[in-house]
Design a protein around this ligand. Structure first.
Ligand SMILES: Cc1ncc(C[n+]2csc(CCOP(=O)(O)OP(=O)(O)O)c2C)c(N)n1
Length: 321
């Protein structure tokens, strides 16, 4: 990767992290409604994949979707306003944290129905195949989501029709409070995908470069018309299943250890500064930029208007002629 590409990837990684850290702080003030599931710890997966994609390419995200939206280029200020339920939010304040979409960026939607993104993204890939469009479609699904039947129906259809589709399985080891080992008959999630008839690899999801390389292979294959692939990327979530989860199922020490050993950001920094192409000073400038952006996003969200009663039926019904 060139120096510019490395700086761009770092900016995105830092943006994803800071967005979640700020969301966590603001959530605790009670101003953000609903369940919020933070992506902190897993940033290298979304960024490693989405750095290969253009606005034309499509993605479908999950309930833990802020990182996917930001990695795909959604406006962080409009996203923060969306979390606040403002009418200036990316979806007019009606989607909130779990239903963010921006079709102009190929972000077809976060989806709180576990596993549901896989078949929807197959639809987007099928549309490309039928119309001759050049986009690829990517779905992100958690390890818990791999126990949903429609994920395998989607994989099978993508294989049979050789669709330009990439299945990204984000393995953080937990489905809510249940360890994946207690829920999956075969803990080898890549083997389960490979059994459907496609290439499937497992990578360290805290290593941006490992994800980026695997995604490059899968996306090039899809763009050449050779069909779908699966990437299983493992990375921890640093916070609870949702904000407010007391995490009685794992100890504080375990979480502290994950942060110390398995944080994708220090790993990225160590690698890119080792060559001397990128310096700590370069990265510090980006950190300060992102901190200012987040301050501004929060301030603007606090001041942004809420929807009015007249907005209630807007975007609900469509009139067919
Ligand atoms: C079809 C369906 N079943 C159950 C739920 C409740 N639920 C929400 S998140 C979640 C766990 C999902 O785990 P995983 O797919 O591993 O994603 P993670 O939360 O770890 O990112 C469950 C069971 C749901 N939203 N949808």
């Amino acid at each position: 990767m060139t120096r510019d590409q490395l700086l761009c990837a770092y900016r995105r990684l830092r943006l994803l992290r800071e967005f979640e850290e700020r969301t966590r702080i603001e959530f605790q003030t009670g101003q953000i409604a609903g369940f919020t599931h933070l992506y902190a710890g897993m940033e290298a997966i979304a960024v490693g994949v989405c750095e290969h994609l253009t606005d034309e390419d499509k993605i479908i995200s999950t309930h833990r979707g802020h990182g996917h939206c930001l990695a795909k280029g959604c406006d962080p200020v409009a996203m923060m306003k969306e979390l606040w339920g403002s009418s200036e939010g990316l979806c007019g304040g009606k989607g909130g944290t779990m239903h963010i979409a921006d079709f102009s960026r190929g972000m077809l939607g976060a989806n709180a129905v576990v596993g549901a993104g896989a078949p929807i993204a197959v639809g987007a890939a099928l549309a490309a195949s039928i119309t001759g469009a050049s986009w690829v479609a990517v779905s992100f699904v958690g390890d818990g989501g791999t126990n949903i039947g429609s994920v395998y129906e989607a994989m099978n259809m993508a294989v049979v029709l050789r669709l330009p589709k990439i299945f990204v399985i984000e393995d953080n080891g937990w489905g809510e409070m249940t360890p994946i080992g207690n829920a999956a008959g075969n803990r080898d999630l890549a083997a389960r995908a490979a059994a459907m008839g496609m290439p499937a690899v497992s990578v360290d999801g805290t290593d941006f470069f490992a994800v980026h390389t695997a995604a490059g292979v899968a996306i090039s294959r899809a763009r050449r018309g050779e069909g779908p692939s699966t990437i299983v990327a493992s990375a921890p979530r640093f916070y609870g299943h949702h904000e407010g989860d007391p995490q009685l199922y794992r100890s504080r020490e375990e979480v502290a250890e994950l942060r110390r050993k398995d944080d994708c950001l220090p790993r990225f920094i160590e690698r890119v500064t080792a060559t001397g192409d990128v310096t700590m000073e370069d990265l510090g400038i980006i950190d300060a930029d992102i901190a200012r952006l987040m301050d501004s996003a929060v301030e603007q969200s606090k001041a942004a208007p809420r929807p009015t009663a007249d907005d209630v039926l807007q975007h609900v019904y469509i009139r067919y002629r």
